[in-house]
Design a binder for this molecule. Structure first.
Ligand SMILES: NC(=O)c1ccc[n+]([C@@H]2O[C@H](COP(=O)([O-])OP(=O)(O)OC[C@H]3O[C@@H](n4cnc5c(N)ncnc54)[C@H](O)[C@@H]3O)[C@@H](O)[C@H]2O)c1
Length: 289
């Protein structure tokens, strides 16, 4: 078991990558603080972890609210006695970034408001900073630990309609590099994961939608291995688990001497996604709807 005896706090763990990773990390022996702004989703993830024989608590917090995420870290330490892994994973797409086939509105860059920017900045970058700030005292008391931040392929390459999102994720990469220098002497490693394929369609669905629990590509099927930038010819589409396993590598001692890096997962990250295929009938394809 790669995380035996470890305590991991994961934000945005009510859905997608965070939920999948909560289950994966718990299976590797970690106790999980499942943090999400959506209380029901957090409860569901904690229940899934418990059903597989793991240990989890659900905490409702908005990562854009520094006092809320600080309280979440405090609650985790109070409950489990320590913190080893803090993963700032919660993220939202900026307004105008949802494809029209998925019900999104197209918004010209000059029409994006200050509120739009503050929303995406608050969750995607301030939320990562606040989560790390809240975690560092506990990690120092612990004698070290690991911080992970979820970035995106959009921090490396361009995608239409999500320039604000890309800016926040590029900021995450800079934060990872800078913090790794400052926190290394305390035994705290800081790394990022920048997913490309195998990610959650919930990300582009309205808040509160039923959690799909599969990747875009799994939902879309049948899988065409040549649709991806790096055509890994496997007989299955990329999945949330493929990304979660990269996060597990970053969380575990397998990456004990690695810090300040942002890994493109799954199947690349430095190449542009050919297209994020989003089926018009996603609701009908959603096995959990
Ligand atoms: N899905 C993608 O296409 C994709 C691609 C690359 C990177 N990412 C990044 O991966 C991370 C995880 O996203 P996902 O794909 O699992 O999406 P998701 O929508 O399935 O899950 C994100 C979770 O974060 C929660 N959340 C949103 N705002 C929050 C806040 N302010 N405080 C606390 N929780 C909040 C949501 O309720 C949701 O449960 C995000 O940082 C996202 O930017 C996603």
């Amino acid at each position: 078991m790669k995380l035996e005896g470890k305590v991991a706090l994961i934000t945005g763990a009510g859905s997608g990558l965070g939920r999948q990773s909560s289950q994966l990390f718990a299976g590797e022996g970690a106790k999980i603080a499942v943090v999400d702004i959506d209380a029901d989703r957090a409860e569901q993830t904690a229940k899934l972890v418990e059903q597989q024989g793991g240990d989890a608590i659900a905490i409702t917090a908005d990562v854009a609210d520094k006092s809320a995420i600080t309280a979440a870290v405090d609650q985790t330490v109070e409950h489990y006695g320590k913190l080893d892994i803090a993963w700032a994973n919660a993220g939202v797409v900026s307004r105008g970034g949802v494809p029209s086939v998925a019900g999104g509105e197209q918004v010209d860059f000059e029409d994006l408001t200050e509120e739009d920017w503050n929303n995406v900045l608050g969750v995607n970058l301030s939320g990562v900073i606040f989560t790390a700030q809240a975690a560092v005292p506990a990690l120092k008391r612990n004698g070290g630990g690991t911080i992970i931040a979820t970035s995106s392929a959009a921090s490396f390459v361009a995608y239409h309609q999500i320039a604000l999102y890309s800016a926040t994720k590029a900021g995450v990469n800079g934060l990872v590099r800078g913090l790794s220098l400052d926190l290394g002497p305390y035994g705290i490693r800081v790394n990022g994961i920048a997913p490309v394929h195998g990610m959650s369609p919930n990300f582009l669905m309205p808040a509160g939608s039923p959690v799909v629990g599969q990747s875009y590509e799994e939902v879309a099927g049948p899988w065409d291995p040549y649709v991806s930038p790096i055509p890994l010819k496997r007989n299955r589409p990329p999945s949330l688990v493929d990304n979660a396993k990269i996060a597990l590598f970053l969380a575990s001692d397998d990456s004990a001497y690695m810090s300040g890096q942002v890994i493109g997962s799954a199947d690349g990250g430095t190449l542009s996604r050919v297209g994020m295929w989003f089926p018009e009938d996603l609701d009908q394809k959603n096995p959990n709807a």
